[in-house]
Design a protein around this ligand. Sequence first.
Ligand code: ZLS
Ligand code: CA
Ligand code: ZN
Length: 394
Amino acid sequence: SPSCPDGRKRRVCYYYDRGIAGVDYGEDHVMVPRRVDMAHALIRSYGLLGDMSRLRTRPATYDDIAAFHDRGYADLLGSLTPEAFAAGGEAELTARSFNVGEPSKPEDPRTIDNPPIAGLWDYCCRYAGGSIAAARALAAGGYDIAINWSGGMHHACRDKASGFCYVNDIVLAIRELLAAFARVVYVDIDVHHGDGVETAFVDSGRVMTVSFHQRTNNDFFPKGRGNLADVGVGEGVYRAVNVPLYAGMDDEGYYGLFQPIMEKVMEVFKPEAIVMQCGGDSLSGDRLGRLNLSIAGHARCVRFVRSFDVPLLLLGGGGYTINHVAACWCYETAVAIGKEIDDDIPQHCYDSYYQSQDYKLHYTVKKNLKNDNTNHHVTQTKNTVLRNLDKLAA
Ligand code: ZLS
Ligand code: CA
Ligand code: ZN
């Protein structure tokens, strides 16, 4: 096709579940599941749904989720209601012991990262079900790329919630892929470190995890994780890759690390499948992140990973300036398909959200944000990572 610059078209399947759009973390919360509905509405308005198969699936079951998660934790997620939590007593204590409903400032409910939301279990089963089904679609060989923008909840732990994430759909999806593929690479361009996924596979020789993330004063969430020196343990040594970045990182500096590192990852590890977490909080102007990537810069990473023509699972993740995130994931859906789309956002139901970006997909990045990444730091980081990866070369 003329609109596909790097060779043959890919067979793409896409998961979207309307049941996720209405999930509410609380009116003051930064995590807004409706951004996935906004991305979907854009994708539809650009006519991209006709270029993909729609992946229909049942929500994940208790057993699907308990394949990774602790049963006591899964039981809590399955039984907790906002009402029971609010009533206090045993329900509240149990929830808080699994980091659900735990305020960071004692007794201030506005400081709860992981609130006891209405429809919590249903939400988890739907976004996890999407990632599992997407992984199975790749494993069965019918598709080259599978997309679930509602997935990518990389902080969830085996036995507790963390960083707005309750169930780790990424770990569940990678486990599915491992049934069909010998080696899987996980690459995470969310502004936060992919700690839940790294921990789950830290000693695995079959899964390599790679995270690019912001580092500021050593206390950016998740505190203490994702150091350059964290390389994995046992069978997993040199199969955990961490690329800490300072605030203000721009497209050029980011890709200058991403491209050579991922090239080397592919060369030495030879994965049979790739899972990419495309968190949109690494974009310029995010409410939590302080990196300075444009949508083009973010998507260039997706395009590069796609160019290896290895079965690819694309997931969402963070992203707190919701118009930016929806525009980004729509553009990346077009990249996955291999189709150029117009910069002018078509008229659709969420139109008004894009006024601040002049109704364009590609908004302008911050020009006066200081880039704290010195050339020296970037070069050192790149060389250290490449040297570690070289130790895996046969
Ligand atoms: O990667 O930094 C923390 C933990 C705290 C400080 C903040 N308080 C509220 C809780 C305890 C140490 N949490 C981070 C979590 C970031 C998760 C990123 C998820 C992902 O993008 C993948 C989906 C954090 N950073 C910023 C906030 N929390 C935060 C900012 C503003 C608010 C509003 C809603 C909630 C409470 C007030 C909140 C959290
Ligand atoms: Ca990351
Ligand atoms: Zn994030």
